[in-house]
Design a protein around this ligand. Sequence first.
Ligand SMILES: [Zn+2]
Length: 436
Amino acid sequence: MQKFTVAGACAVVALLLSDPANAAQSRAFDILHYATTVDVDIAAGTLHGETLVRFSAVTAGARELQLDSGALTIDSVQQDGEPVPFVQRDAVLHINLPTAVRAGEVQVRYHGKPRFGLEFAPAREEVYTIFSTAQWMPSVNAPDERATLALALRLPPRLKATAAGDALPSRQLDDGRIEHRWQLRKPAPAFVYGFAAGPYVHARQGNLHYYSMDRSEVELRQLFAATGDMLGFFAERAGLAYEGDYRQALVAETIGQEMAGMAVMSEAYGKEVLDDPTQTGLIAHEAAHQWWGVRVTCAGWEHFWLNEGFANFMTAAWLQQSQGEAAYQAMVQGWETRVQELRTNGADRPLVYPQWIKPSADDRAVVYKKGAYVLHRLRRELGEEVFWRGLREYTQANDGRSVVTADFQQAMEHAAGRSLQAFFDAWVYGVGGELG
Ligand SMILES: [Zn+2]
């Protein structure tokens, strides 16, 4: 059961493998805002873009601004209308500012034909992003770099589009196309920027929006029917109300991806939920990311379990609430079996470790499944009242922030009124802890 959930959602880990370069290694600048206009040619699988990057200096005297730029070709960089020298090396754009500034902005023009990160489905006249934002706009990959985003997407008139952020009025261009626009007002990491566009059916229920090509409006409302209750449940557990609209799009092919205020899942998954309404695990997983992933984000990929272990655990908590104890226990059992398997194969690892360059299937299982299992064990150790109070305090205290595992430990210790070092040493930082 829970085929999609148990498989481990989110394209993030797989794509880290393809995107090892990271401008974050030594950041001399803090990115404050991006304003991006993207022109896509769906039939050709190409894009042209223009991104304004507003920044402030972290290091006095710094002159080299680094941005991850994937496989994009940079056409020009300008500051105040003047060309600025730049080089691209190992998927990183190095911009050499003429003088050191405390704050400023540059305009980057680029084009490309991404092999991943921006997915084209020409047969459906569809295009959508999957995780690797640097493949369609130069940006900083690191999850602790938060910035606001203004996104404009130029599309043929018959296409509909949805994206991270609040929708702004669209405008008609001279060539007949439509420029769709969104504004992400709260700073968020670049990996949760994204969009989906195609000749979609669009269904709306209050602040909830659904998009698909294969499903009717009635079917969309049916298969996403639990979304409002899920958001309510997670908001209550997080101690933070959901803000704004939430948009879900069914696209040609993906294992599921969260974005700020949005999620994409596959049409095949949508069909599965329609056929079996208990299969809502992936919808819940992506919805949970709005708190654990988007609002509270791991500061580095070595703490990635704070995003994915949490999303999986909260999915199980939602299933417990909506389908009963057996649904929760089935997920716990699945995690425990996988952890046992990891140990038998000598593949168990601490939840916190820096080996994210080439994660194996076992490594993903550590983050997604052992991560969720450890939260279950902590729940059992602390009891309902203390566990959920600690989790709520942790989430509230870190809203809009980047976190490391110590932040979580500290919040849980505060709730418990005692040290949890032995628990964290065994289950989180080590490979101990007795199963069963
Ligand atoms: Zn996820």
